[in-house]
Design a protein around this ligand. Structure first.
Ligand code: ADP
Length: 558
């Protein structure tokens, strides 16, 4: 920039000087011509005043030295001339423009080429009376004489020009340097700012504008420093949290490069080296994880699955971070949870089994006692025992079904006609429906691949609930329709409905909205859990719509 500034300044100064030089030469030249013309006019007039009839012409013209004086007769003959010429041989001068002008009474100066002297001259002629006639007194000076003064002064002018250019050279260099100094200081300031050094003083006092810029830079650098400090603090906090959450956390770029990996994930994969900026397989060869991260990166498809690493079970959540190109994977160790759940399920199944045998025995013995009992008050207690044992048996039955579903190892699906199972369930529940004057309607049919027992359980639980939580005289509708290539089952009722707050909880084990009503109707609180488990087993989609006081609609998309 300094070089450019210097060159531009020098170029501008030199161009200005050269233009000025040419203009001065031109103006001086035209002025000189003008003054020369005036001198010629003046001289011609003086000579005209001095002329009389008795003038000795030879002496008269010889008085002109540098100025050429010519006396011309009224008929255009040259009578005498300052230059040593043979005047008798000269052509008639009446047609000369200065003679013509003087003859017409409008004398004027002319610059023209002289055929006699072969040079350019400035001419002026005056018409002077002489006896009865008149003569023309003409004065002339060579143009070269005018230019001669000028050309003599040109070397001096050129010398001055060169001197001024040399001075301009040093001036331009000094100026370029002076302009650059404050800019250079701004540059230095920005450089130190980039290194993280913040100073708080204006660099120069001589340039108001530069001062303002540096003060502005100071302000910005102060703010930047503050933001950097805040960010550093936040990063430290974040790093601390990320490295102490226990879960493994990893963020991967679109091109598969690791951009974040906390100590948890390094521990899980037993990696001791820094994997940031490296490809994912520097950290792990776990196929399912790599594939899920790739799928999420390219198609934005989230994933939730489990992987086992060195005997530990990890629940992996893969998600695309919104507004970024990053894919995030969180690995949570669920080994303990799984083991606890397994232990719970085993206890659940064993306890149910163990309870079922003595209860069946109690039920049998109770029935025998009832048959043999003649005492009505005792029979009343015995039928109470029978009712509670039935309830406990159905509860144990549901618990066993649930643990069977949970521990199910492989399915044996066969084609099952839905309508047929609906009719079977209707048959089973017919007395219950009749008791409550409930209208039952079934529509549509379809075949699904499943274990028949599972379809029966699913339909029995849904339809039984529709009866149990219906109003007396209400109605139930079971419809099978086709959605694309799949079948869809809808069980709807005009019952008491479920509030939206309860809707998320009713699929939990033993969760009942109204415990008393559920118990009275023989409910165990496990019906919808069984339905949900069956749907999960076959990957069927279960959904619920309900409004308190209007009714409930449960849909299964097979
Ligand atoms: P329960 O054996 O108590 O019926 P479920 O798991 O089958 O247990 O149902 C859980 C709870 O959901 C029930 O206690 C009941 O409050 C509510 N519920 C289930 N189905 C319906 C329905 N069709 N209408 C209203 N409430 C229902």
């Amino acid at each position: 920039m300094k070089k450019r500034l210097f060159s531009y300044t020098l170029l501008i100064v030199c161009t200005g000087l050269v233009c000025f030089f040419i203009a001065s030469v031109f103006i001086t030249y035209t002025n000189n011509i003008h003054f020369a013309k005036e001198a010629v006019i003046e001289t011609a007039r003086i000579y005209a005043d001095l002329f009389s009839e008795s003038t000795d012409l030879e002496a008269f013209v010889r008085a002109g030295n540098r100025t050429r004086i010519t006396v011309i007769s009224s008929d255009g003959r040259v009578l005498a001339d300052t230059r040593p010429l043979d005047v008798s041989e000269l052509a008639n001068h009446l047609s000369r423009p200065e003679i013509k002008a003087a003859n017409d009474g409008t004398p004027s100066a002319f610059v023209r080429y002289s055929d006699t002297l072969h040079m350019e001259l400035i001419y002026y002629a005056v018409k002077v009376p002489s006896g009865d006639s008149f003569v023309f007194i003409r004065a002339a000076i060579p143009v070269a004489q005018v230019g001669g003064y000028l050309w003599r002064s040109v070397p001096l002018l050129i010398l001055v020009l060169i001197l001024v250019i040399v001075i301009s050279f040093f001036f331009a260099r000094g100026m370029a340097g002076r302009v650059i100094i404050p800019l250079d200081s701004v540059y230095q300031k920005l450089k130190s700012l980039a290194k993280g050094e913040v100073s708080k003083s204006p660099i120069t006092q001589s340039y108001e504008e530069i001062n303002r810029i540096t003060l502005e830079i100071d302000d910005i650098s102060g703010l930047l420093q503050q933001n950097i400090d805040n960010l550093r603090g936040e990063k430290l906090k974040l790093d601390y949290i990320l490295n102490n959450i226990g879960d493994g956390l990893i963020a991967v770029d679109k091109d598969g490069t690791v951009s974040l990996a906390n100590t948890g994930v390094l521990r899980i994969f037993g990696s001791s080296e820094d994997v940031i900026g490296k490809k994912l397989n520097y950290l792990t060869y776990e196929k399912a994880l790599i594939q899920a991260i790739e799928d999420c990166g390219t198609r934005g498809q989230s994933a939730l699955f489990e992987i086992t690493i060195d005997g530990s079970i990890f629940l992996v959540t893969v998600k695309r971070l919104p507004d970024t190109e990053l894919t995030m994977a969180v690995l949570s160790n669920v080994t303990e949870n799984r083991e606890n759940a397994k232990r719970r399920e085993e206890f659940f199944a064993n306890a149910s089994h163990e309870l079922k045998t003595p209860l069946t025995a109690i039920k049998g013995l109770n029935e025998l006692t009832m048959i043999n009992s003649k005492d009505e008050s005792i029979t009343k207690y015995l039928s109470g025992i029978a009712r509670e044992t039935d309830r406990m048996l159905s509860l144990i039955g549901d618990m066993l079904k649930l643990s069977e579903l949970e521990n199910s190892k492989g399915l044996n699906p066969v084609p099952v006609m839905l309508r047929r199972t609906v009719d079977d369930v209707k048959e089973t529940l017919s007395s219950l429906m009749a008791d409550r004057a409930i209208l039952f309607e079934a529509d549509g049919d379809g075949e699904v691949m499943a274990e028949p027992g599972h379809i029966y359980e699913l339909l029995k639980n849904l339809i039984e609930n529709a009866v149990r939580y219906n109003n007396n005289g209400g109605s139930i509708k079971v419809v099978v329709t086709r959605v694309n290539k799949n079948h869809m089952l809808t069980v709807s009722d005009t019952g008491i409905g479920i509030s939206s707050a309860e809707q998320t909880r009713i699929f939990e084990r033993f969760y009942r909205v109204e415990k008393s009503r559920s118990q009275q109707g023989g409910g165990t609180g496990l019906g919808l859990s069984i339905v949900k488990h069956i749907c999960t087993l076959y990957d069927w989609k279960l959904s619920l719509k309900s409004k308190p006081g209007i009714g409930t609609e449960i849909t299964v998309l097979f």
